[in-house]
Design a protein around this ligand. Structure first.
Ligand code: NDP
Length: 323
């Protein structure tokens, strides 16, 4: 059975990477045919036509039909997986609250289109910022879809944390397990390696708290800015790669003995307000996720997690008329 995959903002930097990787079978394996539905705003449709031509020219064995459109009801028609990447970037002089409101409108329209047109078991990943609150708005506008179907991306931060540990210790990234990113996809996020293992040894025994607080956390939090400075553009290939990791683990299951970070509707675990889209360490199995429970959080961790929760509650307050 072919699967329908929707990508919004598909002519943008991240979308341009994502479409080709998914079409080549890197999301669901090359035995599963995928039909791509690519959504853009009207002025970007011409560029999107070029993306569709290039997809055709790849002659991917796993690619079925490609639809390009500026109509959300077409883009989400029968969708099994949706990557909501397109979002309005922050303009000069724009406050975070203006950004929230501008994007809230886009995501409420898309939530409604998902509700009316998508497969009821759709899995939705929001990448466009402010991702967590955009996911909340999309979900609130899709009352017939289980809120657990809506998530926001923390996986790039998770992968960046692993990369920093690998670089510091010279162990390969595949030997680094149980890293967690808590909270909002913003500077308040809390990268946590209190339970992390590096080649089966506790990370903190190898690295010590000083390095973690003074070097590791800032390095993860500022990596995006560092890439912009080097490349002159925001990270795109690594963001697309993380989006595929997120959706692939959610659908196919995460690695045994490890966990991943996903922003999902809080069920109140660890005292976080219910309903906000909050990043937790999770394990995935049989197409579903479970929050890793009963982790001991020290005072610093609890304070950091609370600060990120507070920011998400403020974001929710700013767009409450759209919920
Ligand atoms: P990108 O493809 O680089 O980024 C898209 C979104 O992903 C932005 O909101 C960006 O946030 C966010 N993002 C999240 N995590 C990351 C990360 N780690 N690195 C980089 N970005 C991240 O943007 P482009 O401007 O190249 O493309 C956006 C496309 O979306 C355009 O083609 C535009 O036409 C389209 N669009 C579509 C809409 C729709 O389908 N209705 C609505 C609005 C735009 P941040 O800006 O904070 O970096």
């Amino acid at each position: 059975m072919p699967k329908t995959i929707t990508i919004t903002g598909a002519a943008g930097q991240i979308g341009y990477q994502l479409a080709f990787r998914i079409a080549s079978g890197q999301l669901l394996g090359d035995k599963t045919k995928v039909n791509l539905k690519l959504l853009e705003i009207n002025p970007a449709l011409e560029a999107l036509k070029g993306v569709a031509m290039e997809l055709e020219d790849c002659a991917f064995k796993s690619l079925g039909e490609v639809t390009i459109t500026d109509d959300a009801s077409i883009a989400f028609g029968g969708s099994d997986f949706a990557f909501l990447v397109g979002a309005k970037p922050r303009g000069p002089g724009m406050e975070r609250s203006d950004l929230l409101i501008e994007n809230a409108q886009i995501f409420s329209i898309q939530g409604k289109a998902i509700n009316h047109n998508a497969n009821k078991n759709i899995k939705v990943l929001v990448v466009g910022n402010p991702a967590n609150t955009n996911a909340l708005i999309a979900s609130a506008n899709a009352p017939d879809i289980n809120p657990r179907s809506f998530s926001a991306m923390m996986r790039l931060d998770h992968n960046r944390a692993i990369a920093q540990l690998a670089k510091k210790t010279s162990f390969h990234s595949s030997l680094i397990k149980k890293v967690a990113i808590w909270g909002n996809h913003s500077t308040t996020q809390y990268p946590d390696i209190n339970n992390a293992l590096i080649n089966s040894t506790k990370a903190l025994d190898l690295l010590g708290q000083d390095w973690v607080r003074n070097n590791f956390s800032p390095a993860v939090q500022k990596r995006g800015a560092e890439i912009i400075q080097a490349r002159g553009l925001s990270s795109a290939a690594s963001a697309a790669s993380a989006a595929i990791d997120h959706m692939n683990d959610w659908e196919m299951g995460s690695d045994e003995g490890d966990w991943v970070s996903m922003a999902i509707p809080s069920d109140g675990s660890y005292g976080i307000s219910e309903g906000i889209i909050f990043s937790y360490p999770v394990t995935c199995k049989d197409g579903d996720y479970s929050i890793v429970q009963e982790l001991n959080l020290d005072g610093f961790s609890q304070e950091s997690i609370k600060a990120s929760e507070l920011e998400l509650l403020q974001e929710r307050e700013a767009i409450k008329h759209l919920l």
